[in-house]
Design a protein around this ligand. Structure first.
Ligand code: ADP
Length: 550
């Protein structure tokens, strides 16, 4: 008994050894490590060689990345490669002898059956799911063909894992969908863009036509010019007025239309505007088609882009010939009228003085009072008439006077004395200081200063303090008159030195004709000096003039 169990144990040991040996051999054959083997049998040792071609295929099939299976008519696996065992997640030795159907889930059973059935007849292929041990289904392609073996026909099946392909396909599909979506979006955007462009082009066309219609129908001549100064378009009115053709204006020069006497100033202002970007404005004469010149007011504005760069200029020239002639007639009338008024006024003044100095009989006090009032009115009238005469003299270029050296400090003191006499309700602050010598006409400079003082009084009814000062500024002496009155805006400041300009202010209406500052400006310019103002609305004003010191 003891011997028996010992024998059995030995037998098991021997068998185990043989099994291991068999395993190793099979493995060695599979992987091509051996190409011949010696097998021990009853008749002794036998040498079995493996044909070289066979070996190549065996190795090839083992190394293939596809699964390879051979089944018999009953669907039982006769052979499979390691890759299939891996795909099926089953040890190789357990795979052989198993029905292939056991590696396919229920959902693919029919497909597999059909495929195998058909493949015995002709080569076939089909997508079939392979169960893997992890419970994850693997999409595979089963390609079948029959092979003749020594012991009958078998079906060989090459199984290709499609999961990577499927995943790539899925990703491709997703990409395609995304692509399609972006294509649809792009198309939508494109359509919107096209519609916008169509709309804008339409708008542009309308606005261009609008602009053309407008420019060709207005009475002004218009042009556009580039930042370089080249004039690149004119309206119909321009061609009608000048009589020039499009060819004539192809390389346009201002000298073609502007009066020779006005050309230099026109070009200077034009160039300055191009350089500075400031509005171009000038009055000049334009030659009409028949050679007659008409005065025109030119204005050109720059059109800028969002960066502030000038794209082009739009200019207009308005015919002001009629207004000019009207102005000339008015000047002529003012000249004659003021001259005609001057003579009777002078005699009126003379007679009043005679009455006032009548000595034979004492005049009743009330008459003396009336004479005083009449004198004040006559003086006002005389100032007005003198101003009118001055304006017409300036226009005719005949405002002449003698020049001598004079002390401006004394002149200011005298004016203030006079002002204190005329405006007793006002306080005039002035500290004379050192003498300043200038060259000029005392009467005219007094006229300027009195005009500034009169205005300071007129336009500061609520604050009756007027401050006057004289100070040296470089080679000049500056005389300033400061009031605490209504003040002036920047826009008003730029216009008050023009002829007959008065600020339209219903709240602070005062009498005046808008001549004082115009005359003052002329007088100071003639003295090679400057006149100006510093002011803010409601903050009072400081009017000043500067003259070169001797
Ligand atoms: P007038 O005073 O006769 O109207 P001027 O030529 O002296 O004419 O002045 C022109 C305009 O300037 C005035 O109408 C007035 O609006 C404004 N102006 C002049 N001086 C002052 C000042 N000191 N304060 C405020 N506005 C003034």
């Amino acid at each position: 008994m003891e011997q028996n169990s010992k024998d059995l144990l030995n037998e098991i040991k021997e068998l185990r050894y043989q099994l291991e040996e068999a395993h190793d051999t099979i493995n060695a054959i599979r992987t091509g490590q051996v190409d011949a083997l010696i097998v021990k049998d009853d008749t002794g040792h036998q040498l079995y060689t493996l044909k070289t071609a066979d070996q190549t295929y065996r190795v090839f099939i083992e190394k293939m990345s596809e699964g390879a299976v051979t089944i018999n008519r009953d669907g039982i696996i006769l052979y499979c490669n390691t890759r299939f065992a891996l795909m099926a997640d089953t040890p190789l030795e357990k795979t052989i002898g198993m029905p292939l159907a056991s590696f396919v889930p229920e959902s693919s059973q029919n497909k597999l059956r059909e495929l195998i059935y058909n493949s015995w007849e002709e080569d076939n292929r089909q997508e079939i799911i392979l169960k893997d041990g992890g419970g994850k289904d693997m999409h595979c392609m089963f390609s079948c063909n029959t092979i003749e073996l020594d012991n009958g026909v078998a079906l060989s099946i090459i199984i290709t894992d499609l999961s990577v392909l499927k995943e790539t396909e899925k990703q491709l599909q997703q990409r395609n969908e995304q692509l399609e979506e972006s294509r649809a979006n792009t198309e939508k955007l494109n359509n919107t863009l096209e519609a916008t462009v169509r709309e804008r082009t339409g708008d542009l066309l309308i606005s261009r036509e609008h602009f053309k219609l407008l420019t060709n129908n207005i009475l002004q001549m218009t042009w556009t010019n580039l930042p370089t100064g080249i004039v690149n378009s004119f309206n119909q009115r321009w061609y009608d007025y000048t009589g020039l053709s499009k060819d004539d204006t192809a390389s346009f020069e201002w000298s073609q239309v502007v009066h020779p006497d006005d050309l230099k100033e026109t070009l200077i202002r034009y160039e300055t505007s191009l350089k500075t970007g400031e509005i171009f404005e000038i009055e000049n004469r334009y030659r009409r088609y028949d050679g007659v010149y008409h005065w025109h007011l030119n204005r050109s504005n720059p059109l800028k882009n969002d960066n502030g760069d000038i794209i082009f200029w739009v200019g207009t020239a308005t015919d002001i010939e009629d207004q000019k002639q009207e102005m000339d007639r008015k000047d002529e009338f003012i000249g004659i009228a003021s001259h005609e008024l001057k003579t009777p006024l002078t005699s009126l003044k003379g007679y009043l003085q005679l009455i006032a100095s009548y000595k034979k009989e004492e005049l009743p006090p009330v008459i003396k009072q009336y004479i005083g009032k009449a004198e004040v009115s006559i003086n006002k009238l005389q100032t007005l008439i003198n101003d009118l005469l001055d304006v017409s003299k300036i226009k005719a270029g005949r405002l002449e006077y003698s020049i001598a050296e004079l002390n401006i400090t004394n002149l200011v003191s005298q004016c203030i004395e006079n002002a204190e006499h005329v405006y007793p309700a006002y306080i005039f602050e002035y500290e004379p200081g050192q003498p300043y010598m200038v060259k000029g006409n005392a009467e005219r400079l007094e006229q300027v200063l009195m005009n500034l003082v009169n205005n300071a009084v007129k336009y500061s009814q609520n604050n009756k303090i007027v401050t006057i000062s004289t100070q040296k500024r470089g080679n000049n002496v500056r005389v300033s008159v400061h009031d605490n009155g209504i003040g002036l805006s920047k826009d008003q400041q730029s216009k008050i030195f023009e002829r007959f300009y008065r600020v339209e202010d219903k709240k602070n209406m005062t009498s005046g004709l808008g001549m004082g500052l115009y005359i003052s400006n002329e007088i100071i310019s003639n003295h090679k000096g400057t006149i100006g103002v510093e002011s803010e609305p409601g903050q009072g004003s400081t009017f000043y003039f500067e003259l070169p010191l001797v």
